[in-house]
Ligand binder design. Structure first.
Ligand SMILES: *Cc1c(COP(=O)(O)O)cnc(C)c1O
Length: 413
């Protein structure tokens, strides 16, 4: 489905006119298409067919309870990276038995909470972490299922900040040392050593590096099995990219999973994957209103009411987001910087962007903002965080209220 499309020059999300949402909910606000989130999840789930699998949605991409609830009801598992994310999953009705816990710095408290909840597996990233999980499981009198996150030393060909599978990165255990680590882990009596995991990076526009990592992990699994380890599952992480620019083409979910499936079939393994961005990015936009137009000596600016505190991706990664008017007009095109009110030159949403001319009061949609958008927002400059809206067919509802000034100072003494 096309989650966002024009009808008679008005931009719609599913059956809802975004101008109405902006008028009633105010701006800035994030708007998500429930149908699109569901469709993307199903694309993963169905492509696996009858190969045993769990699609563990990566909560850090968009952790709103309504998004998690929708995915939990569709049968998703969840990939978490903190105790807070576990709390979100449980609050949304997610099944702890389908949760994988990733991350290089899990605290004792977080590990203990996950043991109490009975999560599926800890993706451990170091030997001291394996020892800590073992000790805490012993104290609780339970066995903890673990996988070692291995670093396959592959260049994911993506932005340096979100590339994770190279030996210079903090993540995982060098795949060359993995067998020795598994051997030493045998002494931990409260661990069920049943998996291998990897995740080489995010916004991957080429599936070839992932497939190279898959092959290396499968070779490792065969070696581990020959040494008597009962490896029952392989987790290949997330990372599939999405098209942010009109000219980009992202790998199709179904084709990606089919390629993965061919490699894994017949090995008696459950396959886990942890997609985040590819499920929610294209399902969301950030609506913002034009406050002012201004020209300086060198530049033409569109000043809007959303800023880097609402969507930091342009400032942090130099990311591109397509920006389109919610109501199309016959005006010409201009080359502008789209900037927010925050007191930083880095506060821009687009630079030197050719786009339709806009006037104060117009509403714009910043596209493909459903992933790593709201979750990375902050109160910088004491700006209340934006509202979040969920559209389902012809209906929409607020799934997170816009923050108030009271919310901003809550907890301060
Ligand atoms: C961030 C992350 C993901 C999700 O990555 P996407 O690019 O959003 O699919 C999956 N697994 C781990 C371990 C991660 O850190």
């Amino acid at each position: 489905m096309d989650a966002f499309a024009y009808r008679e020059r008005a931009l719609y999300c599913e059956e809802v006119a975004l101008a109405d949402v902006a008028a009633r909910a105010g701006t800035p606000c994030y708007v998500y298409s429930a149908g699109k989130v569901f469709e993307n999840f199903r694309a993963y789930d169905q492509a696996f067919g009858d190969l045993p699998h769990t699609v563990c949605y990566s909560v850090k991409a968009n952790g709103n309870l309504a998004v998690l609830k929708l995915l939990a009801e569709a049968g998703a598992g969840f990939d978490i990276v903190s105790g807070g994310e576990l709390y979100r999953v449980r609050t949304a009705g997610g099944d702890p038995a389908k949760v994988v816990f990733s991350g290089v710095g899990k605290t004792a408290q977080e590990i203990d909470e996950a043991l109490a909840a009975g999560i599926f597996v800890f993706n451990c990233e170091s030997e001291p972490e394996l020892a800590l999980v073992d000790a805490l499981a012993h104290r609780r009198g339970v066995k903890a299922r673990v996988a070692l996150r291995v670093n396959p030393d592959i260049d994911a060909l993506t932005h340096a900040y979100i590339s994770t599978g190279n030996l210079a990165h903090k993540f995982g255990v060098d795949i060359g040392e993995a067998e020795a680590v598994y051997e030493r882990a045998r002494s931990h009596e409260n661990l069920l050593i049943e998996g291998v995991s990897c995740h080489i990076g995010s916004q991957l526009m080429d599936s070839q590096p992932v497939m190279a990592a898959v092959d290396r992990v499968l070779e490792l699994i065969e070696r581990l099995k020959s040494k008597g380890f009962e490896i029952r599952h392989a987790d290949f992480g997330g990372g599939l990219g999405v098209a942010y620019k009109p000219a980009e083409v992202a790998p199709a979910i179904a084709m990606f999973i089919t390629a993965l499936k061919t490699r894994v079939e017949g090995r008696g393994l459950r396959v886990m994957i942890e997609p985040g961005r590819s499920i929610v990015a294209g399902a969301g936009v950030l609506l913002t209103r034009v406050l002012y137009r201004k020209k300086t000596g060198a530049k033409d600016f569109v000043v809007v009411d959303a800023a880097m505190n609402d969507l930091i991706r342009p400032a942090l990664y130099g990311a591109y987001h397509e920006i389109v008017p919610v109501r199309q007009t016959d005006g010409g095109r201009v080359r502008v910087d789209v900037v927010g009110p925050v007191c930083e030159t880095g506060d821009f949403l687009a630079r030197d962007r050719e786009m339709p001319d806009v006037l104060p009061g117009d509403t714009l949609a910043i596209c493909a903002a459903g992933a790593y958008g709201f979750v990375q927002s902050s109160n910088y400059n004491s700006r209340p965080r934006a509202a979040e809206i969920m559209v389902e067919g012809g209906a929409w509802r607020v799934i997170r209220r816009r923050e108030s000034y009271d919310d901003i100072v809550r907890g301060e003494l």
